[in-house]
Design a protein around this ligand. Structure first.
Ligand SMILES: *[C@@H]1O[C@H](CO)[C@@H](O)[C@H](O)[C@H]1NC(C)=O
Ligand SMILES: *[C@@H]1O[C@H](CO)[C@@H](O)[C@H](O)[C@H]1NC(C)=O
Ligand SMILES: *[C@@H]1O[C@H](CO)[C@@H](O)[C@H](O)[C@H]1NC(C)=O
Ligand SMILES: *[C@@H]1O[C@H](CO)[C@@H](O)[C@H](O)[C@H]1NC(C)=O
Ligand SMILES: *[C@@H]1O[C@H](CO)[C@@H](O)[C@H](O)[C@H]1NC(C)=O
Ligand SMILES: *[C@@H]1O[C@H](CO)[C@@H](O)[C@H](O)[C@H]1NC(C)=O
Length: 399
């Protein structure tokens, strides 16, 4: 077992709020470890439904994708961790954690767009002065106390890693329609209370993941921390992480998108000033979402370069084709500042029914989101200290 004792910086912040008198602090050495990242619809997930067909899974993922995008908007007003409304995302990926001593095992949503770590606790034995309340866009909620406790992660490399005395929300009162959201959330956002910030210097603000194609349902992807999360070697491109008003979200700057030889500048007025962050990279959203002006320009560029029969797709997806006959799709490249990311076919088109394949981009009112389909088969590394996100084209089944 590896033990990580959290560093003093965050404790100082939190202890002034929680009025803790003193804690013993030790700074651990730099470390690296990896955990399994379990797709929500895989047989390893507690939410797996063997009766669900692939098209049900897709339809449900889309529904979650669109229902969760509201969180980006509502969360912009949140700057203080102790505020009463913290919104979190949908549960496309999960991880096993143990919380407390003695340990209590649970499965929690991994969310790059929120900070707090919380889980369902009952009965909750903490006597605490600091409460939290989380509300979700789909009316799910959790209320409880914040406490210091240990979390233990089952790793793929060493047996376990324990992180001592970190701030965890203990939910007493959880409810609403989303059963996934009732089990707990591991926030990997950029804010002070996220797992990344709370582990602190031992992992030096680094994490990475490599998402498997959705067809490899039975396999788990990997989530790496610290020295295991360094993305290097051939083909790596990096782009700055841009800090906007909310430290939680990982904003990148997208300059343009190429479709074959056509380049579309990404300069919608609603996207902020040039050079500032204009797209959130997120694990919990399925599609790539753009404001409607850019979306339609992109869709039309793609459609004119495809020679196949258009068919009706599910709600929310407007560009779908009959997949009974193979067709060629144009190459699509995302031009981030300093990083051209060339997408593969499985990043840009996905099968929603045996005979229907649809464009993996969608239109959304306000914010742009780089969702998880676009991230499949890339090793993606976040380095909060260097303020970069790196992409390396990778066969994630071999990683
Ligand atoms: C996660 O936990 C469940 C039950 O608690 C267990 O069956 C499963 O093997 C665990 N998965 C991993 C990757 O540790
Ligand atoms: C916590 O509260 C319980 C009753 O609610 C009490 O019996 C116990 O002594 C308290 N523990 C501490 C450490 O204050
Ligand atoms: C996945 O696992 C299920 C049982 O858990 C099995 O029936 C199915 O064939 C497996 N699929 C693949 C692609 O390995
Ligand atoms: C797109 O941006 C490039 C460089 O910023 C510029 O040279 C070009 O004129 C722009 N194209 C359009 C259609 O606005
Ligand atoms: C489009 O596909 C059809 C049938 O496969 C073919 O006959 C036609 O020549 C193609 N058109 C172009 C412009 O490639
Ligand atoms: C996409 O790019 C690859 C290599 O750069 C090229 O071989 C292929 O023909 C391109 N596809 C299309 C549809 O242009």
């Amino acid at each position: 077992m590896t033990v990580i004792v959290n560093p003093p910086s965050l404790l100082h912040l939190v202890s002034t709020i929680l009025l803790l008198s003193s804690l013993t602090l030790t700074l651990a050495q730099t470390t690296g470890f990896s955990v399994e990242l379990i797709p929500r619809d895989s047989p390893k997930s507690p939410f797996y439904n063997p009766m669900e067909t692939t098209s049900d899974c897709v339809t449900n993922a889309l529904r979650r994708s669109f229902s969760s995008v509201g969180r980006f908007k509502s969360s912009f007003v949140l700057t203080e961790w102790a505020q009463s409304d913290i919104t979190v995302g949908s549960g496309e990926y999960l991880m096993n954690i143990s919380i407390g001593t003695p340990a209590f095992d649970t499965v929690a949503i991994v969310d790059t767009a929120s900070d707090l770590i919380w889980t369902k606790c009952k009965p909750c034995s903490y006597n605490n002065s600091c409460q939290y309340s989380i509300n979700y866009p789909d009316d799910s909620y959790s209320n409880g106390d914040l406490a210091f406790d240990t979390i233990t992660l089952a790793t793929t490399t060493s047996p376990t890693v324990s992180v001592l005395e970190i701030v965890i929300g203990c939910g007493h009162n959880n409810g609403g329609p989303s059963k996934e959201r009732n089990s707990g959330v591991i926030g990997l956002g950029g804010g002070e209370l996220s797992l990344i910030s709370q582990i602190g210097s031992p992992i030096a603000g680094k994490f990475s993941y490599c998402l498997l194609p959705t067809s490899e349902k039975n396999e788990s992807s990997k989530l790496n921390f610290g020295s295991n999360a360094i993305v290097s070697g051939d083909g790596v491109v990096s782009t700055p992480l841009v800090k906007l008003s909310s430290p939680t979200f990982y904003f990148l700057n997208l300059k343009a998108i190429s479709v074959g030889n056509k380049r579309i500048n990404y300069t919608d007025v609603s996207l902020g000033k040039p050079g500032e962050g204009n797209i959130i990279i997120d694990l919990g959203t399925t599609l790539i979402l753009f404001p409607s002006g850019i979306y339609w320009e992109l869709e039309s560029a793609v459609a004119t370069q495809i020679n196949a029969t258009r068919v009706q797709g599910p709600e929310g997806l407007s560009l779908c084709y009959d997949a009974k006959t193979e067709f060629v799709i144009p190459n699509i490249t995302m031009h981030f500042t300093g990083a051209d990311v060339k997408l593969q076919r499985l990043n840009t088109f996905f099968t929603v029914l045996d005979t229907v394949t649809c464009f993996a981009f969608g239109s959304f009112r306000q914010h742009s989101v780089y969702g998880n389909l676009a991230q499949i088969n890339f090793l993606i590394g976040y380095d909060i200290e260097k303020k970069t996100v790196s992409f390396k084209p990778t066969d994630c089944s071999k990683n």
